[in-house]
Design a protein around this ligand. Structure first.
Ligand SMILES: [Zn+2]
Ligand SMILES: [Zn+2]
Length: 115
């Protein structure tokens, strides 16, 4: 059993909950700007990640302010996407890490992306 507010991947407290839809959207617009040909595949992969993460827990999302599924911390989600991108395009993955590193450090202090 997860304690409330815990990330189901790293088991740490999610400091700034962002719902899975906002996470997916944010990264999707990045993919769209950087490699539009991957958007379709990205959507499929992101949906797959969403479906595999259990258990579902409802928290107040800090982005859209609605009560929504927040069962993965933004860092773990970005890491999954990074690993997926790295398999497709190394350079693209490096750019992704660069763009998200700073942002994620602020929303999940103490947790570094790709450390
Ligand atoms: Zn996590
Ligand atoms: Zn949201």
């Amino acid at each position: 059993m997860l304690k409330s507010g815990e990330c189901s991947v790293c088991k740490k407290q999610i400091i700034t909950p962002v719902c899975i839809l906002c996470l997916t959207d944010e990264i999707e617009s990045w993919v769209d700007n950087n490699k539009v040909s991957l958007v379709k595949e990205y959507r499929i992969y992101a949906r797959d990640v969403m479906e595999k993460i259990r258990p579902k827990q409802i928290l107040k999302c800090s982005v859209c302010r609605s009560n929504a599924t927040c069962n993965i911390c933004p860092v773990c989600f970005a890491e999954k996407i990074f690993n997926w991108l790295a398999k497709k395009d190394k350079k693209l993955a490096t750019n992704f890490a660069k763009d998200f590193k700073k942002n994620l450090k602020q929303i999940q202090p103490g947790r570094q992306l790709f450390a």
